[in-house]
Design a protein around this ligand. Structure first.
Ligand SMILES: *[C@@H]1O[C@H](CO)[C@@H](O)[C@H](O)[C@H]1NC(C)=O
Ligand SMILES: *[C@@H]1O[C@H](CO)[C@@H](O)[C@H](O)[C@H]1NC(C)=O
Ligand SMILES: *[C@@H]1O[C@H](CO)[C@@H](O)[C@H](O)[C@H]1NC(C)=O
Ligand SMILES: *[C@@H]1O[C@H](CO)[C@@H](O)[C@H](O)[C@H]1NC(C)=O
Ligand SMILES: *[C@@H]1O[C@H](CO)[C@@H](O)[C@H](O)[C@H]1NC(C)=O
Length: 442
């Protein structure tokens, strides 16, 4: 028995290692990091990236999901590629996904082949969730030295899951799937890290404008933004916290969580503690409570009691500025002309998310705390998640813009910069002009 299972373990290890290193076999150039553009869709506020896939290569628009477990794309409509391979049951590709489902589908087209393993691609926005074939195809991406895109590199057998066209409902126009950047073995960052033997690390910098481009890095820094500012020097760190369960909703209960939680211990406004029920800030046995980061929420969402305490405290610190009628979904609004202006946005009391110790804080200034909703009115850009909120605080996109976040999985920590406006740059300042016109050929 013992010998048999040791052998099985060894065997599994060998095939997984072989599978991962087979991605390397074709590459002669070893990039240190990779880069992708990120834009915000103005209608849905989704953050969208562009990844080249298939043979011949086509650019595929994908909604970014920081909590997503893997890459999925619509294979039902318009998937044409001479290098598409379904993952057949009991192969290394299936083992690595942890899939327990083996299915026959007899149309013999991308997304529907006999004897293939399956995962459950889901659209967290519409809660549509269905079975999808695991598959492999070529992905191409630009390398970077941290300052510019460099040579293009390819991964011949990049693992993903097929979804249906129905799964695209609610996603931004032109989007063909979702890029899961979650904390697990088959997320997009993990696959790039194993294909190129990188550190398990990626960084995201979301632009605050829908007309300019932010950036996603895989691998090590530096992260250089015009005019020659290496923002990796401005990072502070806080541990990433493991959630024992998946907080994405009841249908995900008991499924492995790929989300990024951090240990917010308290909130301060203008240096004053907001009085709140701190037990809501810890993660319970069923995955409830705590603070996570999500690119699918346009604004930070707080459990009701936290939200009300937070809004009241903010209003108190800004009592000298007259309020105007709130504009949904926000609860506290001001006439913009009564708010001063600073390098980091409207001159309003700073918000601090207090992390470990008393000195490690995530500072949020006017550019990330107030949103202009009309010509005259600006609102506190936080929303009420209700009393039933599973996760107590979900830090959303608006609060992340023009901040660089580095998810360092090897060291289980999050690096964050606070507003880049302080150091006179923005997430839109990565120089996307390629420094190398030559392309790597294989
Ligand atoms: C797939 O499986 C079905 C039923 O097992 C079989 O009838 C069909 O011929 C198979 N198709 C292919 C392409 O192997
Ligand atoms: C590489 O970068 C250049 C310049 O930004 C861009 O035009 C090209 O599409 C990128 N290639 C890939 C594979 O992403
Ligand atoms: C604080 O929150 C916990 C978890 O939801 C709850 O059980 C407890 O009753 C709350 N305490 C107060 C004083 O509201
Ligand atoms: C990256 O390459 C460009 C062009 O070769 C160069 O100007 C730049 O200094 C390099 N950046 C780093 C951080 O090495
Ligand atoms: C962006 O990078 C390119 C290629 O290295 C360089 O020629 C160009 O001057 C850079 N742009 C700016 C604004 O520095």
């Amino acid at each position: 028995m013992a010998i048999a299972s040791t052998f099985l373990l060894f065997h599994t290890f060998v095939i997984i290692t072989t599978f991962i290193s087979s991605s390397l076999a074709y590459t002669t150039f070893h990039p240190k990091a990779l880069v992708l553009p990120v834009t915000r869709d103005s209608l849905t506020s989704q953050y969208v990236t562009l990844l080249h896939q298939r043979t011949p290569l086509v650019p595929i628009k994908l909604t970014i999901d920081l909590s997503g477990q893997f890459l999925w794309v619509d294979c039902e409509n318009g998937y044409v590629s001479s290098t598409y391979h379904p993952a057949h049951c009991h192969t290394p590709q299936c083992y690595i996904t942890g899939s327990k489902s083996c299915r026959d589908c007899s149309l013999s087209r991308p997304g529907c082949n006999n004897h293939t393993c399956n995962l459950f691609p889901n659209n967290i926005l519409t809660h549509i969730n269905e079975v999808g074939e695991v598959a492999l195809d070529v992905v191409a991406i630009n390398s970077t030295n941290g300052s510019n895109p460099g040579k293009m590199v390819t991964v011949p057998n990049f693992l993903f899951t097929c979804g249906s066209t129905n799964l695209l409902k609610g996603l931004a126009k032109g989007v063909k799937g979702m890029a899961g950047l979650g904390r697990n073995q088959i997320s997009v960052p993990s696959l790039f890290a194993s294909a190129f033997s990188f550190h398990q690390k990626f960084a995201i910098c979301l632009s605050s404008s829908t007309t300019s481009t932010g950036v996603l890095f895989f691998g090590d820094g530096p992260y250089v933004f015009l005019p020659s500012i290496d923002v990796s020097k401005s990072l502070m760190y806080t541990p990433l916290v493991k959630n024992p369960d998946n907080s994405a909703g009841p249908i995900f209960h008991g499924r492995p969580a790929a989300e990024y939680f951090i240990g917010v211990k308290g909130i301060r406004i203008n240096g004053e503690n907001v009085i709140l029920n701190t037990s809501l800030l810890t993660i319970g046995n069923e995955g409830e409570g705590g603070t996570k980061i999500s690119t699918l929420n346009p604004y930070t969402v707080m459990e009701s009691s936290i939200y009300h305490a937070f809004v009241d405290a903010f209003a108190k610190e800004l009592a000298h500025v007259p309020r105007v009628k709130p504009v949904a979904p926000f609860g506290l609004c001001f006439e913009s002309k009564n708010l001063g202006s600073t390098r980091v946005g409207p001159g309003v009391p700073p918000i601090e998310f207090v992390l470990q110790g008393k000195d490690v804080v995530w500072m949020i200034f006017g550019a990330n705390s107030l949103v202009q909703v009309s010509n005259d009115v600006s609102c506190l850009a936080f929303v009420d998640g209700g009393v039933q909120a599973t996760t107590s605080i979900v830090i959303g996109g608006y609060q992340l813009e023009d901040n660089l976040l580095e998810f360092d999985l090897a060291n289980s920590r999050l690096g964050f910069t606070s507003s880049l406006l302080f150091i006179r740059t923005t997430c839109a300042n990565f120089n996307f002009t390629s420094s190398s016109l030559s392309k790597e050929t294989f």
